[in-house]
Design a protein around this ligand. Structure first.
Ligand code: SAM
Length: 279
């Protein structure tokens, strides 16, 4: 832990309501900042007291940071106002169109140690829904480095072979247009104040094409089969209002007693095509 960061974090009254857990471990801070390269343009979501921001400014060509806490903004303005490649905007990420920000490059990288209670809304805001072949924010991003609770990180990277019910809608949303990997586990004592659980950094590398060809019923199928995790696929689909479910399962070559959590993205897509034929 770095004394410098600890002292600066201690001076600030962290707001629980804004999910303020500041990183105080210099190795983790450098690890995040070193993911960015000299000519990268970075969107940092929630810079807080600026510990990661300061290194990003040194490492990259441009940092645009979005923060909603006025007290943090005052500190950032005081410490970083002379930095020419830094632009601080008082704005909620969930209300921000990335194309409206002062970037010059076609593709930017996002770095975000965000409040955990908005993890899913932020992901949907950045990546779009699974059936949106183009999405204004996703189309502008090449990579996202996101700090999330470790449990959520496992759900993001999970597939049909994972354990413990980790695989679900969040996995499909995250992986439909991205390659995802956990690049670092971050213990809770690396933050001040310390959260209740450990965290992890997840890297999303964004691809232009979706993992599988998007079909009309894909989103509805995904929702249906993961909604009631304990039910088999047949009952989940019937509950969601699909008809001729047995026929569709047979056509997609899926056992009607299988559970959604055992189906790969490819199988789910085949099932959605079959459902489309019979519904
Ligand atoms: N990046 C800093 C760090 O690593 O120490 C701070 C991380 S803290 C977990 C999350 C930050 O996001 C806080 O500074 C908080 O004020 C800010 N924040 C919360 N909601 C936000 C939102 N909707 N848009 C932008 N920033 C937000």
């Amino acid at each position: 832990m770095s004394l410098n960061y600890i002292l600066r974090a201690k001076k600030f009254k962290a707001k629980k309501s804004l999910g303020q857990n500041f990183l105080i471990d210099e190795n983790v801070i450098s690890f995040i900042a070193n993911n960015a390269k000299k000519d990268d343009e970075i969107l940092e979501i929630g810079p807080g007291l600026g510990f990661v921001t300061e290194q990003l400014i040194e490492n990259t060509s441009k940092v645009v940071a979005l923060e909603i806490d006025k007290d943090a903004i005052n500190i950032l303005n005081k410490n970083l106002k002379n930095k020419e490649n830094f632009c601080l905007i008082e704005q909620d990420i969930l209300k921000t169109d990335i194309n409206s920000l002062p970037f010059t490059k076609d593709k930017i990288k996002v770095i975000a140690n965000i409040p955990y209670y908005i993890t899913s809304p932020i992901l949907v805001h950045l990546l779009g829904e699974i059936d949106e072949l183009t999405h204004k924010n996703r189309d502008r991003i090449s990579e996202i480095i996101l700090m999330v609770q470790l449990e959520v990180a496992k759900r993001i990277i999970a597939n049909e072979n994972s354990n413990n019910k980790e695989y679900g809608q969040l996995s499909i949303l995250s992986q439909m247009y991205c390659d995802t990997e956990i690049i670092k586990i971050v213990p809770k004592n690396c933050f001040m104040p310390s959260p209740k659980v450990d965290s992890a950094l997840v890297k999303f590398t964004i691809n232009r094409e979706p993992k599988v060809k998007i079909t009309k019923l894909l989103k509805r199928t995904v929702k249906a089969i993961f909604m009631a995790r304990r039910k088999n696929v047949k009952n989940s689909l019937l509950n969601a209002g699909f008809v001729n479910v047995e026929k569709a399962l047979e056509k997609a070559n899926i056992d009607k007693t299988a559970r959604g959590e055992n189906l790969s993205i490819g199988q789910i897509q085949k099932l959605s095509i079959a459902l489309e034929e019979f519904n």
